[in-house]
Design a protein around this ligand. Structure first.
Ligand code: S3P
Length: 177
């Protein structure tokens, strides 16, 4: 069982901003799977999708997951789709405590739309994205704990996670599910 903190959740949940703050609070390094993929490929995610397609990107996520086994004591933010395959939630839990940044769909959707280019939103209606969200929720729900980010900012979310991690009730695999 690793000692990382792994953030999961849909696009717009705030994984990057919360992760950065959380790492600072905890005095740990911050790692993002999307950054690992960008560095490996030498180009940004939207370009990877455009040039090679989603299946290629998902294969890179699989490879990245393997590399995460080398991490210890880090705060790791995952891309919104990474946990959403058979066996992935369990694989993530071996890395440490998995935290789901949850929230009301429309709030997440608006944040995601405002927050830069996202290939999974391109050419999709709100209803398409809602369908995607619903297909993923069960995977996120397998996290060890969750924080509802609907009406609080990244600072408060990070503070709640710090508190939850200190709580004796939080043992990976035993709570929040
Ligand atoms: C994706 C989410 C993105 C990124 C890629 C695919 C997804 O990360 O990994 O565009 O499938 O939901 P964020 O969740 O940080 O936006």
């Amino acid at each position: 069982m690793g000692d990382n903190v792994v953030l999961v959740g849909f696009m717009g949940a705030g994984k990057s901003s919360v992760g950065r703050l959380l790492a600072r609070h905890l005095g740990r390094c911050f790692v993002e799977t999307d950054d690992m993929i960008t560095a490996r490929e030498g180009r940004p995610i939207p370009e990877i999708f455009a040039a090679k397609g989603e299946a290629y990107f998902r294969a890179l996520e699989e490879e990245t997951l393997g590399l995460l086994a080398l991490k210890s004591g880090d705060v790791i933010a995952t891309g919104g789709g990474l946990p959403c395959r058979e066996g992935r939630p369990a694989a993530l839990r071996t890395l440490g405590t998995v935290v789901w940044l949850a929230g009301e769909f429309d709030v997440l959707y608006e944040r995601a739309r405002r927050g830069g280019e996202r290939p999974m939103l391109a050419g999709r209606s709100r209803d398409d994205v809602l369908t995607l969200y619903r297909s993923r929720e069960a995977f996120y729900r397998e996290a060890d704990l969750s924080v509802d980010t609907t009406s609080i900012g990244p600072d408060q979310v990070a503070a709640q996670i710090v508190l939850a991690l200190r709580s004796p009730a939080v043992h990976p695999g035993s709570s929040g599910r």
